[in-house]
Design a protein around this ligand. Structure first.
Ligand code: AMP
Length: 363
């Protein structure tokens, strides 16, 4: 029996472990929180911080292959481990994604178009970047930003004052793309092939993913082009394992926004909405089984459940409706804006969701 290790025990770790179990694969997670969601399902748990070398080494020793669901594992810890143990995705995709400037340079080098950008370190470089890129633009911290944190929209000179608070750390200024919608593509690749999942249309609220509508109502030819570009990107950049890429789409054009070498929130719908899912294909990759090509089962809507919607989600779960799949992550502390679960509605269109379901959740 094979065992996989997961650095990080949040909801992504939980869902990786759930799919591992269905495939008869054991799992061990490492997380600093004793009540981490994944620990409810993994066969073994290691409570330790992400830079605890001994604990990480103990995790690697117990496993046939190790992956990560936490994006900020320090390289000086991971690189020596990847040389000694099977962490097949390695440090490279993490390294490439940990800095927005490096991430965009890398995306361009390997075939994606990105919004125009410039490195910004102080007010002088901000002004010269704005002179080139123009308004509107988005100023972002280069590292450790997530869900819209560490960002400032610049519509005119009046926003410069607010931008100054970010300049304490290295930043990147990006051209603002007036996109029609946002989408993302999840790719899983082994040595032989890369498979990508059907793409959804992502709707954010307050910088956090709120809804994902699949299919994305995108021209099939455009979706095929984006998926091909993403699969080639993965090959060209020399990555294996799982990668999620967020994009902006406008008309026939698309731009790379950011990537994460782990399962992605927009791919949660695949558990019930596709013939195979992002977590299962990651496990297939980790244990060296052939990858399966996902197909969409039916139009699907994924609704994220943040703290403010937890009670509503419990009520939906109690109704036990067919094709309505409620996932609660078992987080012990419920807070507004904290991801507590998600609901997948299979056989659901955006129109029907708006008419029948949207009112059940906090607006
Ligand atoms: P990020 O953390 O980079 O994914 O940014 C969070 C959200 O801000 C994105 O999902 C977009 O809705 C918006 N955003 C970020 N960068 C840009 C951009 N260059 N153009 C337009 N919208 C953006």
């Amino acid at each position: 029996m094979k065992t996989i290790g997961i650095i990080g025990g949040g909801q992504l770790g939980l869902m990786i472990a759930e799919q591992a179990r269905l495939l008869g694969v054991r799992s061990v997670a490492l997380d600093p929180a004793p009540d981490a969601p994944a620990f409810a399902v993994t066969d073994e748990r290691i409570v330790a911080s992400y830079d605890d070398r001994e604990a990480l080494e103990a995790l690697c020793r117990r496993c046939d292959a190790v992956t990560y669901e936490f994006e900020n594992v320090p390289g000086d810890v991971l690189v020596p481990l990847a040389e000694k143990y099977r962490i097949p995705q390695g440090y490279k995709p993490l390294y490439d994604s940990q800095d927005r400037l490096r991430e965009k340079e890398n995306a361009r080098r390997h075939g994606f178009r990105t919004p125009d950008y410039a490195a910004v370190d102080d007010e002088a470089s901000l002004r010269s970047a704005l002179a080139r890129i123009g308004y509107p633009a988005v100023l972002k911290t280069r590292t450790l930003g997530y869900d819209g944190h560490g960002q400032q929209m610049l519509r005119s000179g009046a926003d410069l004052e607010a931008a100054r608070r970010l300049l304490a750390v290295p930043c990147i200024l990006e051209q603002f793309i007036p996109f029609d919608y946002e989408t993302s593509v999840v790719v899983v690749a082994d040595r032989q092939e890369a498979v990508s999942f059907p793409m959804g249309r992502n709707v954010h609220r307050d910088g956090i993913l709120d809804l994902c509508f699949v299919p994305a109502a995108i021209e099939p030819a455009l979706e095929a082009r984006i998926r091909r570009t993403a699969e080639r990107f993965m090959r060209s950049a020399g990555y294996e394992g799982i990668l999620a890429i967020e994009l902006f789409v406008r008309g026939e054009e698309f731009w790379f926004n950011e990537m994460a070498p782990r399962p992605h929130n927009s791919g949660h719908y695949t558990i019930e909405g596709a013939t195979t899912n992002q977590f299962r294909e990651l496990v297939h990759y980790l244990v060296g089984e052939p990858l399966q090509r996902p197909e969409l089962v039916a139009p699907t809507v994924m609704k994220n459940i943040l703290g403010q919607d937890l009670e509503a989600a419990r009520r939906v779960a109690a109704e036990g409706l067919p094709q309505v799949y409620v996932h609660l992550y078992g987080k012990t502390e419920c807070r507004t804006k904290r991801k507590m679960g998600h609901i997948t509605f299979v056989g659901m269109t955006p129109e029907r969701y708006a008419a029948e379901w949207a009112d059940r959740f906090v607006k």
